[in-house]
Design a protein around this ligand. Structure first.
Ligand code: SF4
Length: 332
């Protein structure tokens, strides 16, 4: 169900790029770049969940981490409530970092096996000097309770928990310092299907209760279907389509989105019967050597000569519906 959110923008991403240099030889000569994120722009509204979807290697995780400044951007801007993060230093940057957190994909790898749950969840409280002694313990127990774990588990170690419980620990850790914005980087991809819905439900409850804003990253459209208000589809370092969830599922316009959706079952027999199945040929090109023109032209079933020459602009073709494709016309 789509959540109501007011329309004030919390996070603005403008023409963001993240290139990783390719070097060669003992002198590490710069011979090229892996263009992991190649000019993406979007807004994330206060209290909403923006889904970011694409095949593995398309740059979606790098986008999330570059927004959080885990990776310094190569170019472009990230603004939180209008503050350009690139211009912040020292204490101001520290306070902004506190407001933006990351939930990792792999709850097995992201928790230090030698630390107790109390130390893992309370670590950020220590770093920011927010609570000590009994107050710290109370806060950690409160966080464990908030994510549906027994507060008495505070002295246990990660290996004593199931995958779903570990992801709850990861969520408690992210919530410890009261963030506003959380990048959820494929938080359910490593979990059993039976546990995935529980974690999605927990994230939705926490959003409602704490007024959180999410960027929810996933590699397939079925995973973001229930949690997202709007969805951005990414291909080879660029956003190719962005619109609200219902519009994306019922009126996809970009050929890549149509292909992705043709693999997702729809619980509507009439719609299911008349939609086309699209199987993409070939592999995703290397982000170190993207094609000229539209970066989808090597796999697009409807490419025209212009697609090999000119890169399509990311255009608002109708209210709130953005597409990068020469064949999609603006409808006003
Ligand atoms: Fe396909 Fe051309 Fe549209 Fe790219 S611009 S998605 S190649 S039709």
């Amino acid at each position: 169900m789509s959540k109501q959110h007011d329309r004030s923008v919390l996070v603005q991403v403008k023409d963001l790029k993240k290139y990783f240099p390719i070097t060669r030889g003992v002198f590490r000569r710069h011979v090229g770049d892996v263009k992991a994120v190649d000019g993406v722009s979007f807004d994330i509204y206060q209290g909403e969940t923006l889904g970011l979807v694409g095949e593995s290697g398309c740059g979606k995780s790098t986008t999330g981490r570059t927004i959080l400044q885990v990776y310094p951007p190569t170019a472009g801007e990230v603004m939180l409530e209008g503050k350009n993060l690139a211009t912040l230093r020292g204490e101001e940057m520290r306070q902004i970092r506190r407001r933006m957190q990351l939930i990792f994909q792999d709850p097995y790898a992201s928790l230090n096996p030698r630390m107790t749950v109390g130390s893992i969840v309370g670590e950020a409280l220590d770093i920011f000097g927010l609570a000590r002694g009994a107050e710290r313990r109370d806060r950690v127990e409160e966080l464990l309770y908030l994510v549906g774990l027994n507060p008495h588990f505070i002295s246990r170690y990660p290996h004593e928990f199931s995958g779903g419980q570990r992801q709850r620990v990861g969520i408690a850790r992210a919530l410890a310092i009261n963030p506003d914005f959380i990048v959820c980087d494929e938080p359910i991809a490593a979990l059993d299907v039976s546990i995935q819905a529980q974690v999605v439900n927990l994230l939705e409850e926490l959003q409602e209760r704490l007024g959180l804003t999410y960027l929810f990253i996933a590699h397939d459209l079925s995973m973001v279907r229930h949690i997202s208000d709007r969805i951005a589809v990414m291909y080879l370092g660029k956003i190719v389509e962005l619109t609200d969830r219902r519009n994306l599922y019922y009126n996809p316009l970009h050929p890549y989105t149509k292909a992705l959706l043709s693999a997702v079952p729809v619980p509507d027999p009439l719609f299911e019967a008349r939609r086309e199945r699209i199987v993409l040929q070939g592999d995703v090109p290397s982000p170190a050597n993207p094609p000229q023109g539209c970066n989808f032209n090597t796999r697009c079933p409807v490419a025209e000569p212009v697609c090999y020459e000119v890169e399509p602009a990311f255009t608002e073709v109708s209210a709130g519906h953005w597409v990068a494709c020469h064949l999609v016309k603006t409808t006003g």
